[in-house]
Design a protein around this ligand. Structure first.
Ligand SMILES: [Zn+2]
Length: 198
């Protein structure tokens, strides 16, 4: 999940670099529901999500709810484990309209790009994180048919970030060892609260 400031500052120059083979119209039906977003150290964020095999109404409802939750946050991407659902599904919108990937896998990456990155599951913290620049991912859509998404800069980063979530990996894993240890200590202390009674 990416926050608005990153989204706003980078949609300008990603639009020419992304290729979307599927878009999904944004829908606002009354039946849609928002989920609370799980935050570190919720154990669900460290678990590997399961392959989706049923392409049914429940899956469509999940995707609609994830889109609603993502736009409300607001974010550029949302993976199912972030709302406590351990299925290999993510939604994203990098400025070219919403898209969904089910059972995605990264087929190809190239280059590298360092950029300030955040995650709504680790709220209000950002780090300069180096990742591959260009990324191509394949998966299936809501109908179970193959889809492919590719792009560099923000799109490439969103694909990597969301697929990481499906493998139980948070952006913290991409920090250097010393910084990561310090951050983990701070986050654990924050999650315990400042008014502990021992
Ligand atoms: Zn995230």
């Amino acid at each position: 999940m990416w926050i608005q400031s990153i989204y706003e500052s980078h949609t300008r120059h990603i639009s020419s670099s992304i290729t979307l083979t599927e878009t999904r119209a944004r829908k606002y039906a009354p039946a849609m529901a928002m989920y609370p977003i799980r935050t570190f150290p919720d154990p669900v964020l460290s678990m590997e999500a399961s392959v989706v095999s049923a392409f049914d109404d429940d899956l469509s409802r999940l995707v609609d709810d994830m889109l609603e939750t993502m736009y409300e946050a607001p974010g550029v991407g949302l993976a199912a484990p972030q709302i406590g659902v351990l299925k290999r599904v993510f939604v994203a919108d990098t400025g070219e309209g919403p898209f969904v990937m089910i059972n995605p896998r990264i087929i190809e990456t190239s280059g590298s790009w360092k950029f300030e990155e955040g995650c709504l599951s680790v709220p209000e913290r950002y780090w300069q994180i180096k990742r591959a620049d260009y990324t191509r991912a394949e998966g299936v859509g809501l109908d179970g048919l193959p889809v492919m998404f590719e792009g560099d800069e923000l799109t490439g980063r969103v694909l990597q970030h969301e697929i990481d979530h499906l493998n139980g990996t948070l952006l913290l894993a991409h920090l250097g060892t010393r910084v990561r240890k310090q951050v983990l200590r701070e986050l654990r202390e924050e999650s315990l609260g400042t008014n502990r009674v021992l």
